[in-house]
Design a protein around this ligand. Structure first.
Ligand code: GSH
Length: 288
């Protein structure tokens, strides 16, 4: 079992990049929450694994991974049969190259358009430096998508998609100008099940940081429209045990006129935020 320390999901693009491979490739892990901009943050990360930033991961044998790139390379090595990277040599090199360009680059885009999964921002006027970052990103995506045929960069989901997920989230959230091919790839990213689960959890944890507010008009975040669902105070429920934990139900939500139970407030709220993102819940609701 891996342990992964992350920051506030709505804003911590590096945490998203670190977590996506665990979820997308079904790698067992426990998530621990750190709080960016909290005076205790540095001590918390240091106590977790001796690191300074999030995400940070502890391997099952006690190793410390304090960087998204080391997490990615470690997991690709530890799970060689799960397709974290393309098999074919030259394609694999292309994916690794794209990951590295992301990890060390696109500073103008990152600085001008911080990730915020709780709101979109209207009226962003990208600087020349941001436009140059976008042009390079589009060129890299085009190279991969033309080779693979999509919908992900290398056909099926790989670590390269995990690394570019926050970039896609920024392009969407600030309505940045990109061509049709990049736009379609951004939509693929926003519809990706792991990305939807992360955003649903960002909404559920509701840890709002005003430091990321922009001098722009808010607009709804352009995510796929969730199925309508709402939290309710009480049953009776269609189910007795939580679809996530198997424990008795204690928290309730309504969808399609039926009431369902889960075993804690966070899982209720993440389900309400985007029911279709959660296969265990949907399996229950569709079978029930
Ligand atoms: N190189 C690191 C960067 C991680 C990073 O900068 N994380 C931010 C949060 S998104 C952080 O922990 N900032 C707190 C700080 O710098 O003190 C990686 O790839 O993991």
């Amino acid at each position: 079992m891996y342990d992964l320390l992350i920051g506030q999901r709505a804003y911590s693009s590096w945490s998203l990049r670190g977590w996506l491979p665990f979820d997308a490739f079904d790698i067992p892990h426990r998530v621990h929450l750190a709080t960016l901009y909290d005076p205790g943050f540095a001590d918390q990360v240091a106590a977790f694994c001796g690191g300074r930033t999030v995400p940070a991961a502890k391997t099952p044998d006690g190793g410390a991974l304090t960087d998204t790139l080391s997490i990615a390379w470690h997991l690709a090595e530890a799970f060689p049969d799960r397709g974290l990277l393309p098999d074919d040599g030259p394609t694999r090199a292309m994916a690794q190259n794209m990951i590295c360009e992301m990890h060390s680059g696109f500073g103008a885009l990152r600085a001008a358009c911080p990730m915020n999964l709780l709101t979109g921002w209207d009226g962003c006027q990208p600087s020349d430096a941001v436009l140059a970052d976008l042009a390079r990103i589009e060129a890299l995506w085009a190279q991969a998508l033309e080779r693979s045929g999509g919908p992900y960069l290398f056909g099926a989901y790989t670590l390269a998609d995990a690394f570019y997920a926050p970039v896609a989230a920024r392009i969407a959230g600030y309505a940045l100008p990109v061509g049709a091919q990049a736009r379609a790839y951004v939509d693929t990213q926003l519809n990706d099940p792991s990305m939807r689960r992360w955003r649903a959890m960002a909404i559920a944890e509701n840890r709002v940081l005003s430091v990321y507010d922009q001098p722009l008009e808010r607009m709804p975040y352009p995510a796929p429209k969730p199925l309508p669902a709402k939290a309710v105070n009480a049953g009776p429920t269609e189910n007795d045990s939580c679809p996530y934990s198997g424990k008795p139900v204690t928290h309730f939500l309504e969808m399609d006129g039926k009431t369902w139970g889960v075993c804690n407030a966070f899982c209720r709220d993440k389900t309400v935020a985007d029911p279709a993102a959660w296969p265990k819940f949907m399996g229950l609701a569709q079978g029930g």
